[in-house]
Design a protein around this ligand. Structure first.
Ligand SMILES: Nc1ncnc2c1ncn2[C@@H]1O[C@H](COP(=O)(O)OP(=O)(O)O)[C@@H](O)[C@H]1O
Ligand code: SF4
Ligand SMILES: [Mg+2]
Length: 384
């Protein structure tokens, strides 16, 4: 557990009950903008989503929709001209200590150091961005261990070898003294996963971790992350542009379009009967057994530029359900909650899905409590 590795100066206050929140992370109205000469680019513009403890939340959407900027914001890795301009990123530690609003943390605070160093780890899309070419993989993993755990260098090396074995690297005792360039892409991504997991993070953020790999290795890495997540009870944010991958790995899914969440629900619900026309279009573009070999129905048009976002619903120029005068006026539709505790941002949901009804505020509150109780059942980590 990360608590065992905290620096002595930590200011953490134990919550009176010590209760572990069923929610690991709750993002509300997050806005991360890039201040350029052409004006503010709203890469993330009012994102709200939550990650249940011990579950995998997939964030999915076409390239450029703000998935990486959202994940970088969670670790406060956004650099100028980027800036978090609004919203909160509440992290509820798995050890029951008080919640932390990561969005408000001082750059040099102990809490941010603890969040980055032990509580939340990230696997980046391209393994070489996370690895130094001039140090052996063993030294790099050992360094991550020594920074956050009170172990001797020999013990850290042992732990590094053990972790390399866990991520399926054959001959780990020998491989540990190799440099990244002596390894294949798949091996390097395993090393990055080992580095991300060696401090036993409470939350793992994986930003398209298999995109740079070939299909066979992709499947192996996905299985590896899934197995490690299940055995450790880690809460995972898994970012991908591929709904096929979502089906394999996630419990819940948030679909993003132009810096906003347009649909959010359980994977089963969303993949079986998507509410939002954008999700429906994404699903139609996945190859299935029936359509293999046939031409895929690509979503018409392309993603508009963030400097020229259409008025009204930002998806309206591409939407086959768009109605003039309703979908192309005003601001973007709010993310509303519907029966089954599913969320979607579209003004025509009830017309497109006549069996679906928007929940009242009281029903939304009740559904949230119920979801919390259901998720709370397995209690904490490492025990399911
Ligand atoms: N350093 C930057 N400067 C200006 N704009 C940026 C920067 N980084 C990202 N953006 C903007 O944010 C958008 C979303 O990027 P990103 O989150 O990386 O998308 P993806 O969903 O593919 O991960 C980009 O299309 C770009 O317009
Ligand atoms: S609001 Fe209108 S344009 Fe947007 S997704 Fe719904 S139907 Fe389509
Ligand atoms: Mg990205």
């Amino acid at each position: 557990m990360p608590t065992a590795t905290l620096p002595a100066s930590t200011s953490t206050v134990q919550a009176p009950s010590g209760a572990v929140s069923p929610c690991a992370l709750r993002i509300e109205n997050l806005k991360t903008h890039f201040m350029t000469d052409d004006g503010a680019i709203p890469a993330v513009d009012g994102v709200s989503l939550s990650l249940s403890r011990g579950k995998v939340l997939a964030i999915v959407g076409e390239s450029g929709c703000g998935k990486s900027v959202t994940s970088y914001s969670i670790l406060r890795l956004i650099r100028p001209p980027g800036q978090i301009v609004d919203g909160s990123i509440m992290y509820y530690p798995g050890d029951g200590t008080r919640p932390i609003d990561i969005a408000k943390l001082n750059e040099k605070s102990d809490d941010l150091y603890r969040v980055r160093g032990g509580y939340i780890s990230m696997i980046f899309q391209e393994p070489m961005t996370a690895l130094s070419p001039v140090h052996t993989v063993g030294n790099q993993i050992s360094e991550a261990i020594l920074l956050h755990q009170k172990l001797t260098p020999a013990q850290a090396r042992e732990k590094a070898i053990e972790m390399l074995r866990k991520v399926g690297i054959p001959g780990a005792e020998r491989r540990i003294d190799q440099y990244p360039h002596e390894m294949s892409g798949g091996m390097r991504q395993r090393v990055v996963i080992a580095m991300a997991l060696v401090c036993d993070p409470d939350i793992l953020i994986a930003d398209e971790p298999t995109t740079a790999l070939d299909v066979t290795i992709q499947a192996q890495i996905l299985k590896l992350i899934k197995d490690l997540q299940a055995s450790r009870g880690t809460s995972v944010v898994f970012i991908t542009h591929d709904l096929g991958v979502v089906a394999q790995i996630a419990h819940d899914v948030a679909v993003m379009y132009l810096g906003r969440v347009v649909e959010n629900g359980s994977v089963r619900q969303v993949l079986k009967s998507a509410l939002h026309p954008y999700t429906q279009a994404l699903l139609k573009s996945i190859p299935s057994l029936g359509t293999r070999g046939a031409r895929l129905p690509a979503i018409r048009g392309s993603v508009p530029s963030l400097t020229n976002i259409p008025p009204g619903c930002p998806f309206h120029p591409r939407c086959e359900h768009a109605v003039r005068g309703r979908c192309d006026v005003g601001g973007p539709p709010a993310l509303r909650t519907f029966t089954g505790n599913r969320k979607a941002a579209c003004v025509r949901i009830e017309e497109i899905h006549p069996t679906v009804r928007e929940l009242t505020a009281a029903e939304v509150a009740a559904a949230d409590t119920l979801a919390a109780e259901v998720t709370a059942a397995p209690a904490g980590r490492h025990n399911h």
